[in-house]
Design a protein around this ligand. Structure first.
Ligand SMILES: CC(C)(COP(=O)(O)OP(=O)(O)OC[C@H]1O[C@@H](n2cnc3c(N)ncnc32)[C@H](O)[C@@H]1OP(=O)(O)O)[C@@H](O)C(=O)NCCC(=O)NCCS
Length: 179
């Protein structure tokens, strides 16, 4: 299985259905940390849920759509980055990411997302990449800024979570800005 070096002993690698056990164990460490900030379908509780997520991405990848990648540090799956959507015909994609708590603050996710963006813009010729996060998610918007994205707007009360509705920021970078 191939992997790309990120920094130190951290690697970016495909995350596929055969990684279900490893992904489920990682979610046990990450679940409560990521729950407020990611889409609810991603926060599953058991092996069947983890497998369903990996299968959802595998099916979309086969259709040149969304894709999921893991970040391993010292051999352990600690998080990842994904194309939440990927539309070559429209020239646009969405990027997302997550980490378990112990992996936060080590500069892992920004280079992982940079790798995805570089592939989207340089290899695939896309024009636009978006990043969506809750307005209160300072660590996420900091990644968007580090990636050279601009805040384009706020969708007010567009993110339901825990019985309340939260504002959602839309960040984006364009191909000519990436170059
Ligand atoms: C969003 C999230 C992935 C960001 O993780 P992160 O670790 O802050 O981001 P990076 O991997 O880019 O690392 C940057 C941090 O590593 C630190 N760092 C340490 N060593 C570093 C190095 N060698 N190089 C670069 N940064 C380094 C930076 O100083 C920065 O920390 P700081 O903000 O405290 O100064 C993480 O907070 C998370 O998983 N949150 C919950 C899920 C989530 O919100 N997902 C996004 C949904 S939109």
């Amino acid at each position: 299985m191939f992997s790309l070096p990120l920094r130190d002993d951290a690697w970016l690698c495909p995350l596929e259905v055969w990684h279900t056990g490893e992904f489920a164990a990682h979610l046990d460490r990450a679940r409560e940390h990521i729950r407020p900030w990611v889409g609810p379908a991603f926060v599953t509780d058991d092996l069947a849920g983890a497998r369903a997520t990996l299968r959802w991405y595998a099916e979309r990848r086969a259709a040149d759509g969304a894709r999921l990648y893991g970040i391993r540090r010292a051999g352990t799956l600690v998080g990842g980055a994904m194309f939440t959507d990927f539309d070559a015909a429209a020239g646009s994609c969405g990027i997302g990411c997550w980490l378990e708590p112990a992996a936060e603050g080590h500069g892992l996710v920004t280079p992982a997302c940079r790798t995805l963006l570089d592939w989207a813009f340089t290899t695939r010729g896309l024009h636009r990449a978006e990043w969506h996060c809750r307005t209160e998610n300072d660590r996420s918007s900091a990644v968007a800024k580090r990636l050279g994205m601009r805040l384009e707007g706020v969708r007010r009360e567009a993110w339901p979570y825990a019985g309340a509705r939260h504002d959602k920021e839309i960040w984006a970078v364009l191909a000519h800005e990436w170059r």
